[in-house]
Design a protein around this ligand. Structure first.
Ligand code: C5P
Length: 221
């Protein structure tokens, strides 16, 4: 029968690449929960929402809708904000620089977690994020917690950004990763932490294929 695979961990450890490949291999759906918080951040940015104003936040959450659309032409999943493809925009550095702050807002988390639980209710999903094994699906059959050396993560992220045409120096990326990890780990609402039943995976010296095999093997047990 179908299960839930939760992939949590620090920023840029290869969670999404691994989770996506595992989902494809198992014929499961892949859900990128980071993309959802990024899309909310984009909405806040575009509409100049004051995060500290609960009324503005509540209004924004009423008006924004995040969804995923499979693009037949490219064969890729796109993140949509109110029906518009924002996949490229949400990966940019200015969104990375605001997303963790937005993700500390309790009302934002409540809305996203509820939607994630609805999306996974039929199981057969690989979901990546920061609180999947601890909060969204504490009963997930397989839980992976990913970590990797900060410098290696930053280097990988830099290559990724460059491939998308954004040149960012390594220092700025290191600072962003460390800041996000810190905010994510210390927020009051479901902070980033390894679930007691999650298996730790250090991807510092692993290739994507190895990571995928490792998770599949864990799921097959
Ligand atoms: O996974 P990604 O790096 O795209 O996530 C962006 C940010 O969204 C994270 O740094 C974190 O602040 C937030 N996030 C979260 N909970 C999740 C997924 C992402 O708070 N489940």
């Amino acid at each position: 029968s179908k299960i839930i695979i939760a992939v949590d961990g620090y920023s840029s450890c290869g969670k999404s690449t691994t989770a996506k490949a595992v989902a494809a291999r198992m014929g499961y759906a892949y859900i990128d929960t980071g993309a959802m918080y990024r899309a909310v951040s984009l909405y806040f940015h575009q509409n100049r929402v004051t995060y500290t104003n609960p009324k503005e936040v509540a209004e924004a959450l009423e008006k924004l809708h995040v969804s995923f659309n499979f693009n037949e032409k490219t064969g890729r999943n796109e993140t949509c904000l109110n029906g518009l493809n924002v996949e490229e925009e949400i990966r940019k550095m200015y969104i990375s620089n605001m997303v963790s702050e937005v993700s500390t807002i309790v009302e934002v988390r409540r809305a996203m977690v509820a939607q994630q639980q609805r999306m996974g209710r039929k199981r057969g999903v690989v979901m990546d994020g920061r609180d999947i094994g601890t909060k969204v699906f504490p009963d997930a059959e397989v839980k992976v917690f990913m970590t990797a050396d900060t410098f290696i993560r930053a280097k990988r992220r830099q290559v990724e950004l460059l491939e998308k045409g954004e040149m960012v120096n390594l220092d700025e990326i290191v600072r962003n990763l460390e800041k996000r990890d810190h905010i994510d780990s210390t927020r009051s609402e479901s902070p980033l932490t390894q679930a007691p039943d999650a298996v730790l995976l250090d991807t510092s010296f692993m290739m994507i294929d190895e990571q995928v095999e490792w998770v599949i093997e864990l799921a097959d047990r």
